[in-house]
Write a protein that binds this ligand. Structure first.
Ligand SMILES: [Zn+2]
Length: 82
């Protein structure tokens, strides 16, 4: 996928959970970032070139989310649950 395709699909998912007007207002980068950042401590566990590569390697949004989860488990040591 490219960044635009991924953001478009993530946007569809967000629309199911948040007001459409709010989602419309978000930039592609913000949308992608919200899926690779901890809502508890704000740590972004997938960024820069690694993020670019994960997007390119993904053939679907599910693929991307599963890569993102792997990175989260490897690199995010926050045990705090919110
Ligand atoms: Zn955290």
């Amino acid at each position: 996928m490219n960044k635009q395709q991924l953001a478009q699909q993530l946007r569809q998912r967000l629309k199911a959970r948040y007001p459409v007007l709010y989602v419309k207002h978000l930039a592609d980068d913000q949308i992608i970032k919200s899926y690779v950042t901890c809502s508890g401590c704000n740590k972004q566990w997938l960024a820069g070139q690694e993020l670019e590569r994960a997007i390119l390697e993904s053939v679907s949004v599910e693929d991307f989310l599963s890569l993102s989860r792997q990175h989260r488990e490897n690199e995010h040591r926050d045990t705090q649950q919110r």
